[in-house]
Design a protein around this ligand. Structure first.
Ligand SMILES: O=P(O)(O)OC[C@H]1O[C@H](OP(=O)(O)OP(=O)(O)O)[C@H](O)[C@@H]1O
Ligand SMILES: Nc1ncnc2[nH]cnc12
Length: 186
């Protein structure tokens, strides 16, 4: 197990202690990383939001994207704490007006996500925040949407990276040199 400089050992240990492994969910063979105990702990949740807001500042983001649904829970308070606007990337069919869409593969299925075409200003630098990086398919699709919507990628920040699924390698071309920050890597 390793950690990046995005989180101290103490913060990493606190966050990790509040993430629960659920075997064979949502399908056999998948160990689901359940963050609900972390969200229910005000000290851990507040420390997590602080750390993510710090990454917004470190990477000079001007907007924060959250990925439906669990990404919303982390990205929206982090954006507010960093005094930045929040942009939702939603599962297909949920956003009104003109949208851009992208279909992608998940560890356990396929999905399509969308963003509103007018979500960003041309000079926006976007930090994409999600809870888990697994295969990297969701984050890769989100980066494609952000670019097509005309903004610059400031980086991707996740609470938890599942190293064995190699999402970091999959994401590298889409990041184009921008950082991938994982508070915890397992
Ligand atoms: O790196 P990947 O293989 O793409 O997997 C990571 C994604 O999977 C989960 O979302 P999910 O689509 O299960 O939706 P949820 O947040 O609505 O539960 C998780 O919240 C990430 O967004
Ligand atoms: N194993 C996992 N646990 C939690 N969220 C996930 N998203 C993709 N894979 C996941």
């Amino acid at each position: 197990m390793t950690t990046t400089e995005a989180a101290s050992v103490e913060l990493r240990d606190l966050l990790l202690s509040r993430i629960r492994d659920v075997p064979d969910y949502p399908q056999p063979g998948v160990t689901f990383k359940d963050i609900t105990p972390l969200l229910a702990d005000p000290v851990a949740f507040n420390a997590l939001v602080d750390a993510l807001a710090g990454l917004c500042r470190r990477h000079a983001a001007t907007k924060v994207v959250g990925l439906e649904a669990r990404g919303f829970i982390l990205a929206a308070p982090a954006a507010a704490r960093a005094h930045l606007g929040f942009v939702p990337v939603r599962k297909a069919g949920k956003l009104p007006g003109e949208t851009l869409g992208k279909t992608y593969d998940l560890e356990y299925g396929t999905a399509e996500i969308e963003v509103q075409t007018d979500a960003f200003a041309p000079d926006d630098r976007v930090l994409v925040i999600d809870d888990v990086l697994a295969t990297g398919g969701t984050a890769e699709a989100a980066l494609d949407l952000v670019r097509r919507a005309g903004a610059t990628i400031a980086g991707v920040a996740v609470l938890l990276e599942l190293e064995f699924l190699d999402g970091r390698a999959r994401l590298a071309p889409a990041l184009g040199g921008a950082p991938l920050e994982a508070l915890i890597t397992v």
